[in-house]
Ligand binder design. Structure first.
Ligand code: GLA
Length: 388
């Protein structure tokens, strides 16, 4: 990222120099998919793709914001005195939501900002560009207004914005992965207790290749909420027979009994994915700690198959990418990452095979789907920071 270009742009748009610049990462989830909202374990990491923001302080109560990703929208303006959701404010609603809930939590923000934003997370790719923007705004406000806001509080506030202000019923994983990102580490997060642990992500000789289907995925209009309600319905039935608070509290050995209680083949498949995925996360972290990348890769594959057959959130594009990756030499494992229904998949690929891997997978994908996929090598980075 060329920061000086970004800052010059800021100066041209706002006719003043930026006071400070910030960055917040995006994320990939290594394993533990669609179980954050079922009280499960997830294992994501922050990546070095993300969102940049430069700011200068204003003496009035206005926020004047400009995105280099949506230049045709020009400067969008809103006031601290009216932070209600407004669809005309487009992507700025994420910033407004953060401000609204910071004020509601008792933080003092009494003047506005000029803000320029630039993101290099491909939009709608499932690498959490919206959580990145929320956590970026939390970081900007924390530093500029000298707020006392911990990383965990920022993650919870970002989730509240997503759930209550934007209206997407997502879980806690994305905001946590971003707010608590640590270079060369993945985050093992228990979504029930919010206890977390950074686990060294040591994969010498291998790379995580992100494969983008280039099929946009919008959580709001996907089957995301449908999956959530299927899980909620199964949980209600199971609670009558088991002492559990969340689906992931159910033990794998009780699955057969659970099938009879749920008495609904589709809902049972969702539960089966949830429980087996939780077990796979534990196995995957152990494999990684033991530097057993072969087992880790197999667990990635099993996760994809479970998301395809039991949770049914993959689709033709993600399945084609996973299958093409599995067929290619030097690959230890591959799976979809994030919500599914398009977006991205990841593969664990031997460094010397990466170039040919990209060529082969892209050829197979283009032949089957009719347009190309995009590929990025994931570097695992830190959480939000001030960069200037
Ligand atoms: C999206 C949501 C997360 C999580 C994943 C699926 O990324 O924002 O909370 O549910 O999907 O694992």
């Amino acid at each position: 990222m060329d920061l000086s270009f970004f800052q010059e742009k800021f100066t041209a748009v706002f006719e003043t120099r930026p006071k400070a610049s910030f960055f917040a990462p995006g994320r990939v989830n290594l394993i533990g998919e669609h179980i954050d909202y079922n009280g499960g374990l997830v294992f994501p990491c922050a990546i070095t793709l993300g969102t940049y923001g430069s700011v200068s302080k204003r003496s009035d109560k206005l926020f004047r914001v400009y995105s280099l990703n949506f230049e045709s929208l020009g400067i969008i303006e809103f006031s601290l005195d009216d932070l209600a959701y407004n669809s005309a404010h487009n992507w700025c609603n994420y910033l407004k939501g953060v401000l609204k809930y910071l004020l509601a939590a008792g933080h003092t923000i009494d003047s506005g900002l000029n803000i320029a934003i630039f993101g290099n997370i491909p939009n709608g790719s499932g690498l959490s560009s919206s959580a990145s923007l929320e956590i970026l705004m939390c970081k900007i406000c924390t530093d500029i207004y000298d707020l006392n806001l911990s990383s965990v509080e920022a993650a919870l506030l970002g989730k509240k914005v997503e759930n209550e202000y934007i209206g997407v019923n997502s879980g806690i994983m994305d905001q946590f992965a971003i707010a608590l990102g640590k270079e060369e580490h993945a985050l093992l997060l228990d979504c029930n207790t919010q206890k977390y642990q950074h686990i060294p992500f040591q994969i010498e000789g291998y790379s995580i290749v992100i494969m983008n289907t280039n099929k946009r995925r919008e959580l709001a209009d996907s089957k995301y909420n449908e999956r959530r309600s299927e899980c909620e319905s199964a949980l209600l039935k199971l609670k009558k027979s088991f002492n559990i608070q969340a689906l992931c509290d159910l033990k794998e050995e009780n699955l057969d009994e659970a099938a009879a209680i749920i008495n609904h083949p589709t809902e049972f498949k969702r539960v089966k994915h949830t429980i087996t995925e939780n077990t796979r996360v534990i196995a995957a972290t152990k494999a990684l700690e033991a530097r057993d990348l072969i087992t880790f890769g197999k667990l990635l594959n099993a996760s994809h198959l479970s998301l395809k057959d039991d949770y049914e959130v993959t689709g033709r594009e993600l399945d084609t990418l996973a299958q093409a990756a599995w067929n290619t030499e030097g690959v230890l494992g591959a799976r979809m990452t994030g919500a599914g229904f398009g977006g991205c998949a990841i593969a664990l690929v031997a460094d010397e095979n990466v170039e040919i891997f990209i060529e082969k997978v892209n050829a197979a994908y283009t032949k089957e789907i009719g347009y190309e996929a995009s590929f990025y090598i994931a570097s695992i980075g830190n959480g939000p920071k001030q960069i200037h």
